[in-house]
Design a protein around this ligand. Structure first.
Ligand SMILES: Nc1ncnc2c1ncn2[C@@H]1O[C@H](COP(=O)(O)OP(=O)(O)OP(=O)(O)O)[C@@H](O)[C@H]1O
Length: 474
């Protein structure tokens, strides 16, 4: 039997690490076993569906390259399939119409709670034959859950789980508005899509016995289940789809790369021989459900940054370049062709943990600097500054071979000429061409920023000094 797994999020909010890890484990399990990975969007509860949530899920999965073999299927497009099966179940007598009013059910529930009993439907309508009844009274359709025996399954993470059927309600499979319910649609889809393994969060574990009973009543194959523990935020609460700071889109916007997100997601609740770094291929080869642990995991931003930093330093230059430019494009950041951005990436990206941090630190390579924000250039007086800058402009303008060696030669020449220190001239140039007091080595910055931008910034600065009364001195 071909292995088939599925990721089936509900589009009720943002895709977060909990969803990504579930998708990753299901994807890895399928890939490791030459199986198929299916994407199914569980969007039948229209009241809870959030705008753009589907796009967010698809974008996140595509960014992470968790490619699906079938789908995306949308449950909202399959309503007729569910309804036909419900009709079949009614005919077969494994489902029935329940006309109990909300009022009656509320009272029943209240009394049960008062008598310290677990709230449960009392099966009032179960044995009445309402199938042919035509009336305007609203009704729901319930599944006839077995009343005796146990539902048992072997969870691939948690071991044997069994629950008495006495504990289970006659599940509503169709609401009074005619819409099939979540648990029912899931069962029909898992059955019709031939899902063999269901890896999902333990927030669904209470649904499993009901789903198994439904599958059995339809003579369907019972998949194997693996319920993972929850991922929690730093306050130890289950990650929320409503909180954007934990969303994948937020990580992507901050410049986390797929390798780091996947590696971090993998090891949140999964461990293998103390190894931390796994390439995608390694994940596919090694992945095994037996390495998933049962305790909840807490998102640790520092660790996540560490992974991204690691990958920014260790992926191939081509990949770095590709990710970096798609990040820039998405954020409307463009570089003049004069700027040697590959050099900047090669030399400086490795110092940073995210693209966002990197791009903010080196904004002077793509953004014009605002001279009027510069308050002090810490060097002599205005006249001397103007003289040095004019000298530099002239020398650099004549330089045809824009390379590090020649750039350093001009800097040295200016030091000797003006009898100032390297530090002093570096500060002046740094402020003028970057607007910042701290940057990496000034000769590299001059080299990477290119002749055109370098000269233009000196020229603009000179203009500003000449027009302005500020003396830019100590
Ligand atoms: N915090 C979490 N930790 C681990 N797994 C999670 C977490 N949140 C969701 N999942 C799992 O991710 C998968 C997709 O989740 P889904 O989008 O349906 O979120 P959900 O939290 O179950 O949805 P909803 O909040 O709308 O009920 C499910 O298998 C779910 O169990």
């Amino acid at each position: 039997m071909k292995i088939k797994t599925r990721f089936s999020p509900s589009p009720t909010g943002l895709l977060h690490m909990g969803g990504v890890r579930t998708a990753l484990y299901s994807w890895l399990f399928a890939r490791k076993n030459n199986g198929s990975f299916i994407l199914r969007i569980e969007d039948t509860d229209k009241n809870r569906v959030k705008n753009n949530s589907v796009q967010d899920i698809l974008y996140g999965l595509r960014y992470l390259q968790l490619n699906w073999d079938e789908g995306p299927f949308f449950q909202s497009n399959r309503i007729n399939i569910y309804k036909n099966i419900i009709l079949f179940m009614l005919k077969k007598g494994i489902a029935y119409k329940c006309y109990c009013s909300k009022n009656r059910l509320d009272k029943l529930r209240k009394n049960q709670i008062l008598n310290k009993k677990k709230p449960k439907y009392d099966n009032k309508c179960r044995n009445k034959n309402f199938f042919l009844k035509k009336s305007n009274i609203p009704y729901v359709i319930r599944f006839k859950n077995p009343t005796k025996g146990l539902v048992e399954f072997r969870d691939m993470i948690r071991g044997k789980i069994s629950i008495s059927n006495k504990e289970l309600d006659d599940l509503v499979i169709q609401r009074s508005n005619g819409m099939p319910t979540y648990n029912f649609c899931v069962v029909v889809d898992d059955w019709q899509m031939n899902i063999t393994h269901i890896i999902r969060g333990e927030d669904h574990i209470h649904n499993t016995p009901r789903q198994i009973n439904l599958l059995s009543s339809l003579n369907a194959y019972i998949p194997q289940y693996a319920h993972t523990s929850m991922i929690l935020d730093k306050k130890r609460k289950k990650l929320s789809k409503r909180c954007s700071s934990y969303s994948i889109i937020n990580y992507i916007n901050n410049g986390f790369i797929p390798e780091a997100i996947l590696n971090y997601a993998l090891q949140l609740g999964w461990s293998y021989k103390n190894q931390e770094i796994f390439s995608i291929n390694e994940m596919k080869n090694i992945f095994n459900i037996k390495y998933i642990n049962k305790s909840p995991s807490i998102i640790d931003k520092k660790k996540f940054l560490w992974f991204n930093h690691y990958y920014l330093n260790n992926i191939s230059f081509n990949l770095k370049y590709k990710y970096f430019f798609s990040y820039c494009k998405k954020n409307n950041i463009f570089f003049d062709k004069d700027v040697n951005i590959s050099g900047v990436i090669k030399d400086f990206l490795g110092r940073h943990s995210t693209f966002k941090d990197f791009i903010q630190t080196y904004d002077y390579f793509y953004k014009e600097i605002n001279i009027s924000n510069i308050k002090n250039i810490y060097l002599y007086n205005k006249l001397i500054n103007i003289t040095i800058l004019k000298f530099l402009y002239k020398k650099f303008n004549l330089l045809n071979n824009w390379d590090l060696k020649n750039i350093l030669l001009i800097i040295k020449e200016s030091i000797l000429y003006f009898k100032i220190s390297f530090k002093e001239i570096a500060i002046l140039i740094r402020i003028v061409i970057t607007g910042k007091k701290q940057t990496p080595s000034i000769s590299s910055i001059i080299f990477y920023i290119g002749k055109k931008k370098f000269l233009l910034r000196i020229k603009n600065f000179l203009k500003y000094l000449q027009l302005n009364n500020s003396n830019f001195s100590k």
